[in-house]
Write a protein that binds this ligand. Structure first.
Ligand code: MRU
Length: 338
């Protein structure tokens, strides 16, 4: 089981494990104003749908405190301002909006109060969001572990592990639980270009937990699946539309197509906070486009002509018909794939 905390609220201060430095350095940084929270989410210092949500919930408190509101109405005005600001950090993961909406609803349900009472209320709500995520990831692990047999090969894409949540993961949770139950298996981690979450984060956290992991470049997945070494694919999700279409890290859709071609089950693991009943289909999910230099460069080094045009969507949508099932905190739900 992971031994790190991606988001930590301690003595009413917000810290995150800076994921842009992993796996070389394991450094916690403090976020003490709204801009720092926004930057940390945007730059992927904190990332993964549930972790973004938890960070934004505590980030609301940090951002309101920075404005030093003197009374109830100043507090509510400050909260509205921070909420609007943090909501602009990244568009795809619905957990961000879920957490911000919960913080707002919590304030709206409370009558006139002192700033201290409102701070206490929001701190309780953010901690509830954190604790619920811990419990949901554990439940995903408990349900999903039934899919993991001794000796299996599992392919995952991006990082939907402890780092992407409050500590235990979604796609990796069934693996942690099966490992805790004594089963041994092989995990294959796609490197996940352009930002290498699979190489830098998934490979690192599985190795830290003593789980057998093999890294591959994204363009090796077809060969791997054709080889018969993979029995199941499990990925995370940033947003699941009402019809089951699922947005996740760019490249997930390709893996789902490959899994179907090779007759390998394809599962999406996600907590309740990732299901978005307000978004009808995958076509309605906003897809983040990121900076061109993420593709042109790596580690500060140019890999391509500096002016080359770049296509850099951060996520893609896997249609429901390619999904075998959803591993949720409530149990395993059927997808639409035969
Ligand atoms: O851009 P990122 O690194 O935030 O993308 C993360 C993913 O796509 C994860 O698979 C998803 O958020 C699920 S995390 C449990």
């Amino acid at each position: 089981m992971p031994s790190f905390l991606p988001v930590l609220w301690k003595d009413q201060r917000l810290f995150i494990l800076d994921q842009t430095l992993l796996p070389l350095e394991k450094i916690m940084v403090e976020l003490d104003n709204a801009q720092a929270v926004w930057d940390a989410i945007k730059s992927l210092q904190v990332r993964g749908a549930p972790a973004i949500g938890v960070c934004a919930a505590y980030g609301m408190i940090v951002g309101i405190r920075e404005q030093d509101p003197g009374d109830d109405s100043a507090f509510r005005a400050a909260a509205a301002k921070v909420k609007i600001f943090l909501a602009t950090s990244r568009p795809t993961a619905v957990n961000l909006f879920y957490a911000l909406d919960r913080m707002e609803a919590c304030l709206n349900q409370c009558g006139e109060s002192t700033p201290q009472q409102l701070f206490d209320l929001l701190e309780k709500e953010a901690t509830a969001i954190f604790d619920e995520d811990v419990a949901m990831c554990r439940a995903i692990g408990a349900h999903g572990a039934s899919l993991i047999d001794e000796g299996m090969g599992i392919l995952t894409h991006c990082n939907a592990g402890g780092l992407a949540t409050s500590g235990y993961g979604t796609a990796l949770a069934p693996l942690y639980t099966a490992h805790e139950q004594g089963r041994r298996f092989r995990v294959y981690a796609d490197e996940t270009r352009p930002l290498l979450q699979g190489a830098r984060l998934t490979a690192w956290e599985l190795m830290e937990s003593g789980i057998d992991v093999t890294l591959l470049c994204d363009n090796m997945a077809a060969m791997l699946l054709a080889s018969g070494k993979v029995d199941i694919v499990i990925v995370g999700a940033d947003r699941i539309a009402a019809n089951g279409d699922t947005a996740n890290k760019i490249g997930t859709y390709g893996v789902a197509l490959l899994a179907k071609h090779h007759g390998i089950p394809f599962y999406v693991a996600a907590p309740a906070s990732t299901f978005d009943a307000q978004t009808a289909t995958g076509a309605d999910i906003p897809i983040e486009e990121r900076d061109a230099d993420e593709v042109r460069c790596h580690g500060g080094k140019l890999l391509a002509p500096p002016q080359v045009k770049v296509y850099n969507p951060a996520f893609d949508v896997t249609p429901m018909e390619l999904i075998t099932g959803f591993i949720t905190d409530q149990g395993i739900l059927s997808g639409a794939r035969e």
